[in-house]
Design a binder for this molecule. Structure first.
Ligand SMILES: *[C@@H]1O[C@H](CO)[C@@H](O)[C@H](O)[C@H]1NC(C)=O
Ligand SMILES: *[C@@H]1O[C@H](CO)[C@@H](O)[C@H](O)[C@H]1NC(C)=O
Length: 705
C-alpha cells in the first residue's frame, strides 16, 4: 500500500545521528566581528543542487572561514579552498585548515549573507575587498538550467583605482568522491580554454553510495580564462600546490601528481586589476547514469542538449549572466512576497529553505532516448531513510512546487503512478504501513496539481487507480486501524484524528477530481462526524484531539486542514478551521508547538502548514518560533525540519533531532501558497518558452492571491 519504493538511489542510511552543538553563537545578526545578513542561519548552502551535490558551510565556521572546510549535507568534511593573491601576498579566503602563515595569511571575514539562491561572504585581504559568491540556481520552470549538476563560485575582487596585482585560486580534493582512498583524477583541457578536473572512484559500482555520497559519478572543478585572465592548473599535495600558487601566482609548468590527500587546483591570473574584477569557477558532481528507475537508466535533463561534461560546463559558464539575473529577481520577489505574506522573519525562513528544497531532487530523462517529453523528477528522502519519491515527503514539500512550478507535482508523482502497481519496491520487509496517510496524500496532490495547472488529462489517465484509493478511504477512515502517519517517529496509533481529517479531505479531493459527487458528499459527512458531531474534538470544541473517542485532553496539530483550505474544498466548515487558532497558543513551548501532546519535538514543515490556516496572531507566533529555532546559534546542520521545541520533557529546546537537509522544508512555503500557483513571475517568464509536457492546457487561475 505504501508508495515509496526502495530507491534506485540505494539503501538509505538511517538519520545521521551525531548531534554537534556549538555554544559560542548568540542571537541576532552579529556573531563575533561578523555581520550575518539577514540573520545567522545554522549552515550556509554553498553548492546545493541535488542529493549528491550538497556542500554547506556550518555557520560556526564562518568566523574562521580562511581555515574552515565545508561539509557534505550528512556532515563529512569536503576539501574546498579559495586563496587570493594580492600584490604578491597570498591570503586564504576559505578552507585551508593548516595555514602556514609564513606563506599564506588569513583574510579577515566581515560579513556573511544568504538569499534564496546565493550565499556570500565578504572579506578583506590586505588593501582589497573580496566577495565569495556561492550561487546555486533554483529554476524549476527552466528544466535545462535546473538539471545542471553544477554550482557557481564567483570570486570578486575590489581593489584600488591605482591597481592591484591579483590572482585567484581554488581547489577541491578527493573527499568529494566519497572514497578519497580510491579517488582518481581525470584532467581535460579544451580548445575553448575550459579546464576541467574530474575526480572519481576507481572501479566504483554503478549506483553505489558511501555515507550518503554517490560513488559512481565525478566531482568537478572547472573554469576558463576570462577576457582579462589566464588560467593555469595543477594537482598534487595541498601544501606544495598552494605554496606554488602563493609564491608564483601561477600553477603552470609543474608536474601533476595524484595520490591520497591531493588537491586539484585552478588559478586565474588577472594581472593588474583597477577597481573591480571577478572570476567564475564551476563546482559540481555529475552522474551520467543519474537514476536507475526500475531498471531503466535516467540521466540529467540537460544531456538532451549538452551530452558531454565539456558541453554542459561550457553552457553552464555561458549561462552565468542569465542565471544570475533570474536568481536576483527570484531572491527579490520571494523576499517581497514572503514579507508581505507574514513578515521579514518568514522571508528569512523561505530564503534559507529554497535551495535545500530543490537540493533533494533530480530532473531526468531516459538515457537512451534523451526524450525531453519523458521528464521525471526524483526526490530523495535525505537523512531519514534515503527512499525515493516517498509520497509522504512530496506531500509536506508540495507548497514550494505549488508556488514556484506546480508541474513538479506531476513530475514527482509520475514515476510512482506509471509503474503502478509494480512500484512496490520494499521487498526488504522495511515498508512502513501508513495506508491512510499515503492514500490521502496521493489524492490531495493529484487535485493540487490539476487545480494549479488546469491539466486534467494527466490525472484523468490514472482516475481508476485514484478511485481505488478513494474507496479505501471511504471504507477505512472512521474506525481507523492502528497505523503510522507520516511522522513515523511518533509511533503508530489507532483512530488518529489528523489521519481522519486527511482521509475526509482526500475523499473530497477525489470527488472534485473525478466529478463524482458521491465522494464529495462522503468527505463532507466524515468532516461533519469529526467536527460538528464532535468525534474528533474535545467536548468544548476548543481543539481537535490526537485520538478519539475518549481522549479529550489529547491534541495534535491538525495540519491536514491546510490543503482543504488552500484548495477551497470546504470539506471542513469554517468553524472547524477557526477552532484551532486559539488553542495552539496555550501549548506553545520555548520554540513553538510540538507535533502532539506526547512529543517534545516539532515538525517545522507541518507547523508552517498549520500556521497557514490561522488568524494572524497565532500564525505569527508559529513563524516567530520557527525563526527563533533557525537563528538560535545552537546548531549547525543544514536546516532541520525536526527539533526539540519545549523543555517539558527535560531536553534542551531549540536543538535539531536527526533530520537534516530534507527537501520537506518546501513546506515552509505554505504561507506563500496563498498567492496562488506559479505566482512567482521571475520564474514563469521562462516557462512559456521552454516547457514541453503532455497535458498542456492553459493554466487556470483560481482566486488565490
Ligand atoms: C547513456 O547513453 C550514452 C549515449 O547513448 C551511452 O554512451 C552511455 O553508455 C549510456 N550510459 C549508461 C549508463 O547507460
Ligand atoms: C475507533 O473509533 C471508533 C469510532 O468511534 C470506535 O468504534 C472504535 O472502538 C475505536 N477504536 C479504538 C481502537 O479505540
Amino acid at each position: 500500500m505504501r508508495f515509496d519504493f526502495q530507491g534506485p538511489l540505494g539503501l538509505g542510511s538511517l538519520c545521521a545521528s551525531v548531534l554537534s552543538i556549538f555554544s559560542n553563537g548568540h542571537q541576532g545578526h552579529q556573531q563575533g566581528s561578523i555581520t550575518h545578513h539577514p540573520v545567522l542561519p545554522p549552515s550556509y548552502p554553498l553548492a546545493v543542487r541535488n542529493p549528491y551535490l550538497s556542500a554547506w558551510m556550518p555557520s560556526d565556521r564562518v568566523q574562521q572561514l580562511p581555515y574552515s572546510e565545508p561539509q557534505f549535507w550528512a556532515g563529512q568534511e569536503l576539501g574546498w579552498s579559495v586563496i587570493v593573491r594580492v600584490d604578491g601576498q597570498a591570503y586564504s579566503v576559505m578552507g585551508v585548515p593548516d595555514l602556514d602563515e609564513d606563506e599564506i595569511l588569513p583574510a579577515t571575514v566581515r560579513r556573511a549573507e544568504f538569499t534564496s539562491t546565493h550565499s556570500t561572504f565578504d572579506l578583506t585581504a590586505g588593501s582589497v575587498r573580496l566577495t565569495l559568491d556561492f550561487f546555486s540556481p533554483v529554476t524549476p520552470a527552466n528544466y535545462l538550467r535546473q538539471s545542471l549538476p553544477f554550482s557557481y563560485l564567483t570570486v570578486k575582487v575590489s581593489g584600488s583605482y591605482f591597481g592591484n596585482d591579483i590572482q585567484v585560486y581554488s581547489d577541491i580534493d578527493g573527499r568529494w568522491t566519497g572514497r578519497e582512498d580510491r579517488s582518481v583524477l581525470n584532467y581535460e583541457e579544451h580548445d575553448d580554454g575550459l579546464l576541467i578536473h574530474s575526480l572519481s572512484v576507481e572501479d566504483a559500482a554503478k549506483y553505489a553510495e558511501a555515507n550518503d555520497m554517490a560513488l559512481w559519478g565525478k566531482a568537478i572543478l572547472a573554469s576558463r580564462p576570462s577576457e582579462y585572465s589566464s588560467l593555469s592548473s595543477l594537482t598534487g599535495d595541498p601544501k606544495s600546490v598552494r605554496a606554488q600558487f602563493a609564491q608564483e601566482g601561477d600553477l603552470s609548468g609543474k608536474e601533476f601528481d595524484w595520490s591520497y590527500g591531493s588537491v586539484a587546483a585552478l588559478a586565474h591570473d588577472l594581472g593588474t586589476v583597477y577597481g573591480q574584477a571577478s572570476v567564475n569557477f564551476a563546482v559540481g558532481y555529475e552522474r551520467e547514469a543519474a537514476i536507475n528507475y526500475l531498471g531503466e537508466e535516467y540521466t540529467g535533463y540537460y544531456r538532451a542538449e549538452y551530452p558531454t561534461t565539456h558541453k554542459a560546463l561550457s553552457f553552464f559558464l555561458n549561462d552565468y549572466g542569465d542565471a544570475l539575473r533570474e536568481s536576483l529577481e527570484l531572491d527579490q520577489e520571494l523576499t517581497a512576497f514572503a514579507t508581505a505574506a507574514a513578515g521579514p522573519k518568514y522571508a528569512d525562513i523561505v530564503a534559507l529553505s529554497t535551495r535545500q528544497a530543490y537540493g533533494g531532487t533530480d530532473l531526468t530523462i531516459p538515457n537512451d532516448s534523451l526524450d525531453t517529453d519523458d521528464v521525471l523528477a526524483f526526490i530523495k528522502e535525505l537523512s531519514s531513510d534515503g527512499n525515493v519519491n516517498t509520497i509522504d515527503v512530496i506531500m509536506p514539500a508540495f507548497p514550494i512546487y505549488w508556488v514556484l512550478d506546480p508541474d513538479w507535482i506531476r513530475l514527482m508523482l509520475e514515476p510512482v503512478m506509471r509503474h503502478y502497481p509494480n512500484a512496490i519496491g520494499h521487498d526488504d520487509q522495511k515498508a512502513e504501513p501508513m495506508p491512510i496517510e499515503e492514500s490521502g496524500n496521493l489524492l490531495i496532490l493529484a487535485l493540487a496539481y490539476s487545480r494549479a495547472t488546469g491539466d486534467s488529462e494527466w490525472t484523468g489517465q490514472y482516475m481508476d487507480i485514484f478511485q481505488k484509493y478513494a474507496d479505501y478511504l471511504v471504507d477505512n477512515s472512521i474506525d481507523i486501524a492502528n497505523q503510522l502517519s507520516s511522522n513515523d517517529a511518533a509511533g503508530p496509533l489507532a483512530n488518529e484524528t489528523n489521519l481522519a481529517i486527511k482521509a475526509a479531505v482526500g475523499i473530497k479531493a477525489f470527488g472534485e477530481l473525478s466529478g463524482i459527487d458521491r465522494y464529495s458528499r462522503i468527505g463532507e459527512e466524515h468532516a461533519n462526524i469529526f467536527f460538528e458531531q464532535g468525534l474528533g474534538t474535545d467536548p468544548e470544541q476548543t481543539h481537535f484531539v490526537l485520538q478519539y473517542p475518549d481522549y479529550p485532553e489529547s491534541w495534535k496539530t491538525p495540519y491536514n486542514l491546510f490543503p482543504d483550505v488552500l484548495l477551497g474544498l470546504n470539506t471542513f466548515s469554517n468553524d472547524a478551521i477557526r477552532v484551532n487558532s486559539e488553542f495552539y497558543s496555550h501549548v506553545r513551548g520555548e520554540y513553538g508547538v510540538p507535533l502532539d501532546n506526547r512529543q517534545d519535538w516539532a515538525k517545522s514543515d507541518w507547523n508552517m502548514w498549520l500556521a497557514a490556516t490561522f488568524e494572524t496572531n497565532t500564525r505569527d507566533e508559529f513563524v516567530d518560533d520557527l525563526w527563533a529555532f533557525m537563528t538560535n546559534g545552537k546548531h549547525n546542520w543544514p536546516f532541520s525540519d525536526r527539533y526539540v521545541s519545549t523543555s517539558a520533557h527535560g531536553n534542551e529546546p531549540g536543538i535539531p533531532i536527526l533530520c537534516r537537509a530534507r527537501p520537506t522544508v518546501g513546506g515552509h512555503f505554505a504561507l506563500l501558497a496563498w498567492k496562488g500557483p506559479a505566482s512567482v513571475q521571475s520564474l514563469s517568464i521562462n516557462k512559456s518558452t521552454q516547457v514541453k509536457h503532455k497535458g498542456g492546457q492553459v493554466p487556470l487561475r483560481i482566486s488565490w492571491a
